[in-house]
Design a protein around this ligand. Structure first.
Ligand code: PLP
Length: 422
């Protein structure tokens, strides 16, 4: 057996080989070699509680998913230019989780590709070029999506037909505030001769700081974009596949039907599969003008992974677990907030929870970073969100149970007690 390389040696090789654009988590990076359920293991066999990774949504290395991938890989892997039953069975089963207005699905390999395709469809069907996104959104890595992803911190291109609007307020007039942002963006576009194509939002507003409430607040904003001739794209890469506990899709919390829906991350539990679902009348227009082929998108192995994930979601009661454990964890965090004034808000739906940290009325950015690093030392993995990075982002695999929530709470409580705030 090879001796594991030291952290320092891996860091050096990584820097040399992958270059400087990649970023690692934590002051003391974590080297992982194995995963199982909600646990990740380092080369010494130490285990870390994963409260961060939403991709391995039904649990790291879930045997049913691993088996489905292995079996199909051993049998056949081609692409969507041949007839194959697997992609149709999966499409049928996945579409059945959507409102009946959404009737077609196109497969990609990443959430970015799905969003990029949605932008193309929106441009084609509306004749517009203008897109609206939130102030700290993240929607992907392509040239266009990077411009719709202000959380990347790139300079804003004033010539781009893009308008960024404030994230939801979370208050009781969240619907009116958010809709007003969309209206202003549309008016500004008009002034500049830009025709609106779509409003795109992550329906749980992850990178903006996690804003699930109040349910239904998105409706007014969607009405605004539609009145201006644009479409509504629901980016479900984060909340999709049951994370919010109450529904399979984040937009269902808002009781609306999007024109286009994009999804990815948890779809294959780590296998790269993503998709864009659509109202058929939109794809009729798109398909008339354009053909579509994605070499790896919708291949038999990927759809086997996707199908196995749906099996686990159903068989293991994943939504009910996300709802129950999510509520339990949110309640525990509220209790902790009562003892620690640093915690100024706990927001969430199911197992997507944001814990906002402020001091003297200001975002406690550095303190949040300290907490994340201290939790890592306790072998609990968590991340941050929000434009100021002062929101703990808690988003574990959905097989997280109460004992894991208790483990997390004990660690967080201890870290907060040990925190020396001057
Ligand atoms: C909301 C949202 N949309 C799209 C993407 C892009 O997905 P991918 O990294 O699979 O391209 C991400 C990735 O973090 C995301 O969080």
């Amino acid at each position: 057996v090879d001796k594991p390389e030291t952290t320092a040696a891996l860091l050096q090789r990584r820097q040399k080989l992958l270059g400087p654009a990649y970023r690692l988590f934590y002051e003391e990076p974590v080297h992982l070699v194995r995963g199982e359920g909600v646990w990740l293991f380092d080369p010494a066999g130490e285990r870390y509680l994963d409260t961060y990774n939403n991709v391995a949504s039904v649990g790291h290395c879930h045997p049913h998913v691993v088996d489905a991938i292995a079996r199909q890989a051993a049998r056949l892997n081609t692409h969507t230019r041949y007839l194959h039953k697997g992609v149709l069975d999966y499409a049928e089963r996945l579409l059945a989780t959507f409102p009946s207005e959404i009737g077609n699905i196109m497969f990609t390999c990443s959430g970015s590709e799905a969003n990029d395709l949605a932008l193309r469809v929106a441009e084609t069907c509306t004749g517009g070029t203008g897109f609206i996104a939130t102030a700290n959104a993240y929607h992907g890595v392509t040239q266009t999506l990077a411009k719709l992803s202000p959380s990347l911190g790139l300079p804003i291109d004033p010539a781009a037909p893009i308008r960024l609007i404030p994230a939801p307020s979370g208050g009781k007039d969240a619907d009116a505030c958010f809709a007003a942002g969309v209206r202003t963006a549309i008016e500004e576009m008009r002034v500049h001769g830009i025709r609106p194509a779509a409003l795109i939002v992550d329906t749980i507003f992850s990178s903006d700081g996690v804003f699930p409430d109040p349910p239904g607040f998105l409706q007014a904003a969607v009405a605004e974009i539609r009145a201006a001739g644009g479409l509504f794209i629901a980016d479900e890469v984060q909340p999709g596949f049951g994370r919010t506990g109450d529904h399979m899709w984040g937009f269902q919390r808002h009781d609306l039907v999007p024109d286009l829906v994009t999804m990815g991350k948890p779809m294959g539990n780590g296998h790269p599969i993503a998709a864009m679902a659509a109202k058929p009348e939109l794809l009729a227009e798109f398909g008339r003008r354009s053909r579509y082929f994605n070499t790896f998108g919708g291949n038999p192995v990927s759809v086997a992974a996707g199908m196995a994930v749906l099996d686990v979601i159903e068989n293991e009661g994943i939504l009910a677990n996300a709802a129950a454990v999510g509520t339990y964890l949110q309640d525990s965090l509220q209790q902790l907030a009562a003892r620690h004034p640093l915690i100024t808000a706990v927001r969430g739906a199911g197992l997507f929870i944001g814990v906002e940290l402020c001091r003297n009325g200001k975002p406690a950015t550095q303190v949040t970073t300290c907490i994340v690093n201290a939790l890592r030392k306790c072998r609990v993995l968590v991340g941050t969100a929000g434009p100021q990075g002062n929101i703990l982002k808690i988003r574990p695999p959905l097989v997280f149970d109460r004992s894991h929530a208790d483990f997390f709470m004990t660690a967080l409580n201890q870290v907060l007690i040990n925190l020396s705030l001057d």
